[in-house]
Design a protein. Structure first.
Length: 328
């Protein structure tokens, strides 16, 4: 018991933006895996906590646990159902156990930029997808964008052929695996917190992630350089359990959901600047960034196109078409 108490005290002491919760306040624990600051998700979580703790003082109290210090993404969904945490924001690639619809967001070269993502996620189809996991007791509260992904490896990557035979870390997503295989490379699913070590020790040769993750996790330190492929979206689902949401008084729930909506809009508006800043941070740290010529980009798009056909049945052609239409 003493050890458990000590561990839980250590956790609360580490919680970023932790508020001392008072008796009678609803405690809202938010667990995520990225850096606490300088990252779109870390900063959004902090902003949400600040607003809840300020505007709902006396009614609710929010604590954020960043950096996988509380749960990995593969455990956090269960933790939501058990009531160990009330909020999580895994990437949309990580929900395959509950819905195959989110495979949409992993299709390579689907969205041309973050504005297209915003148009889709705030549109009718995007909003409906928030309810994809209600059968399992989960409610999506909003999409938090985090930028487009870039490839890196322990050698220069300019065309997909350069990746042949290499091993890349991917998230727990079969779409990502198919994409890597389409490049003639091998995919290995690994938890986020294991990526740096796996790159450093050569367990994998390369990775793909947003500029903010590449910078804040220091992946660039253990890679030859980064290639500006912008090949896939990284975005999160802010998710809670129906049971918890239903347990709130309507007035408290409305206030909380209004704050969530406003923070989501603010956070998504900040992503492009945060990504540009972290790209610059990677350069300033002395890493090499390779940008693609239009020809080279075409080769990446072409190599990955078969992935779309493979998952069309899971996602639905209409949904894919509506996401594509958000590019215009
Ligand atoms: C990853 O596992 O690479 C990402 O989902 C981590 C994150 O939350 O950005």
């Amino acid at each position: 018991l003493a050890a458990a108490t000590a561990a839980s005290l250590a956790l609360s002491a580490n919680a970023y933006a932790a508020d001392d919760c008072n008796d009678g306040e609803i405690v809202i624990k938010f667990s995520h895996v990225v850096a606490a600051t300088g990252h779109p998700k870390g900063d959004a979580a902090t902003l949400l906590a600040e607003r809840v703790n300020d505007e709902m003082n006396g009614k609710a109290c929010m604590q954020v646990f960043p950096n996988s210090q509380l749960f990995d993404d593969d455990k956090v969904m269960e933790a939501l159902l058990l009531g160990d945490v009330q909020l999580a924001a895994p990437s949309l690639s990580k929900f395959e156990a509950y819905t195959l619809k989110f495979r949409l967001f992993d299709l390579p070269f689907l969205f041309q930029d973050l504005d297209a993502v915003e148009r889709f996620t705030t549109g009718e189809n995007g909003k409906e997808l928030l309810n994809s996991m209600t059968d399992y007791g989960f409610q999506g509260l909003g999409y938090w964008s985090s930028g487009l992904k870039q490839f890196s490896a322990n050698k220069p990557l300019l065309v997909p052929d350069d990746a042949k035979g290499l091993k890349f870390r991917v998230q727990t997503s079969d779409v990502a695996v198919a994409m890597i295989e389409a490049m003639g490379a091998n995919a290995q699913k690994l938890a986020f917190k294991e990526v740096y070590g796996a790159l450093q020790t050569g367990v994998v040769d390369g990775q793909e992630n947003s500029w903010s993750n590449i910078y804040t996790q220091k992946f660039f330190e253990v890679q030859d350089g980064i290639t500006g492929t912008n090949h896939q979206l990284l975005a999160y689902l802010l998710v809670t359990s129906d049971e918890w949401l239903d347990s709130l008084d309507p007035e408290v729930r409305d206030q909380f959901l209004t704050i969530v909506e406003e923070v989501t809009a603010t956070a998504n508006g900040n992503v492009a600047a945060a990504e540009a800043k972290n790209r610059q941070n990677v350069l300033d740290a002395g890493s090499t960034i390779r940008e693609l010529t239009p020809e080279q980009r075409k080769a990446w798009v072409g190599a990955m196109k078969p992935v779309w056909d493979k998952f069309e049945g899971d996602i639905g052609k209409d949904l894919i078409d509506s996401a594509v239409a958000s590019n215009n």
